[in-house]
Design a binder for this molecule. Structure first.
Ligand SMILES: [Zn+2]
Length: 424
């Protein structure tokens, strides 16, 4: 078993560059080249001059429609020191509860069945099933995070989900009624092995729910800051439909959900189930085709727009420096790292980045070792301007910060283009 686990995590420098990590085809084209960037989630314990950088280049497979970047980092390196807790955002907590309530109300699962969640994080979602007496199992490779879930009574396996692990689970427990794999497929280098694992655990009545931001969102909402090395894949409905078929699964329905600035919720079942394919599958695939998501020309224009946004952002920072304004960042998320590393940031243009996570505070973000501070230290710093990096929850953050900061402070977001964040 250890061998399988390791092989599914091994890097292959050609994967995502010379061949597709979904269908193994060789028909990849260049969509957006962001240059060499440091690893987005690797915060430094001390500010360092030299930071290891790796190419960050989005390519799209013409055969299956999957967006992807090349392998440069192992999942073990990402999740060995993982600092992201889902429960820290009320938006994510509400979204999880709404999903679980909907599943229970629609009798999709009851207390004699069980629910599997892959990437169950700190138990933010599964705890809602437990409250309704429905048995659950979480899979969460980040040991520090899975400990929190166990503290809530959620049985959690601290491993990566692989085909091999799926076979073990099937032998011990049979088919789950529901499998939830939200915002995890992007983090899997060996996507085919992961999908094969889902197929092993998908019985005739099992429903698999996968939520993930979309390639179309990156394109239409300028979400290029969601591209980073730890996000190996960028899903489209076209790719999910295609890759499911390869492993004996079927995409049955696609819904749009508002989380993460717009995601698709894919409902997947067994090829052998009686469920009919909903018209939403074809209409979503058609919309991607109509928008020319899989045409290189579309992405040439997109790359030009991204450059323009980065130039405007950089000019704004320079202008703020000249005027002596005190610019701070908020939210030391991976998005922040992609954005500030894609421009030529100068010292003190961003004085520090505040973050609610105590795990992140006192660490430093590349490239210039920007210090991560607590929200109360942000207040003490007397900022004039705050850049909110997690634009997907920018209004939630804005309302929280308004309570503790002077009324003169201005709030900004650089995505989809630089704008002031105000009351809606
Ligand atoms: Zn492909």
């Amino acid at each position: 078993m250890a061998d399988d686990l390791n092989s599914s995590q091994e890097l292959d420098p050609a994967r995502g560059r010379d061949f597709c990590r979904g269908c193994a085809g060789k028909n990849l084209f260049s969509a957006l080249d962001l240059g060499d960037l440091p690893l987005a989630n690797e915060l430094q314990r001390e500010p360092q001059e030299h930071v290891e950088k790796f190419p960050l280049h989005l390519r799209i497979c013409k055969d299956c429609g999957l967006g992807q970047v090349g392998d440069v980092v192992t999942p073990a390196r990402i999740f060995g020191d993982y600092r992201y807790l889902s429960s820290m955002s009320s938006t994510f907590l509400n979204h999880a509860k709404t999903l679980v309530d909907m599943l229970v109300q629609n009798s999709e699962v009851n207390s004699s069945e069980w629910v599997l969640e892959i990437a169950s994080n700190d138990g933010y979602l599964l705890k809602n099933f437990l409250n309704q007496g429905i048995p659950v199992l979480g899979i969460e490779p980040a040991v520090n995070v899975s400990k929190i879930a166990r503290g809530l009574g959620i049985e959690t396996i601290s491993e990566f989900f692989t085909r091999r692990l799926a076979m073990d689970l099937f032998d011990k427990r049979g088919y789950p009624k529901i499998i939830i794999a939200n915002n995890v497929m992007a983090h899997v280098p060996n996507l085919k092995d992961f999908l094969q694992g889902l197929a092993v655990l998908c019985g005739p009545n099992t429903k698999i729910i996968v939520e993930n931001p979309t390639l179309l969102g990156i394109l239409d909402s300028m979400q290029f800051d969601t591209i980073y090395h730890e996000h190996y894949s960028y899903l489209s409905a076209t790719s999910v439909d295609f890759l499911c078929q390869i492993v004996g699964l079927r995409l049955n329905k696609v819904e749009e959900v508002a989380i993460h600035g717009g995601s698709n919720r894919y409902w997947i079942g067994s090829m052998n189930s009686n469920e009919e394919k909903n018209a939403s599958v074809e209409s979503t695939i058609e919309a991607e085709r109509d928008r020319k998501v899989f045409s290189q020309e579309t992405w040439v224009k997109y790359s030009q727009s991204v450059n323009k946004i980065l130039c405007t952002f950089q000019a704004w920072l320079e202008d703020c420096s000249e005027k002596g304004r005190r610019v701070y960042g908020y939210g030391a998320a991976a998005k922040a790292s992609t954005l500030i590393n894609a421009i030529k940031l100068k010292p003190d243009q961003i004085i520090a980045i505040a973050d609610i996570s105590e795990e992140k505070q006192s660490r430093f973000m590349p490239p210039l070792g920007i210090k991560i501070i607590s929200p109360s230290d942000l207040v003490k710093g007397i900022p004039t301007d705050i850049l909110i990096f997690p634009w997907n929850i920018e209004h939630e953050i804005f309302l929280e910060l308004r309570k503790i900061l002077d009324g003169e402070v201005k709030f900004w977001s650089a995505i989809p283009e630089l704008h002031e964040v105000t009351y809606q």
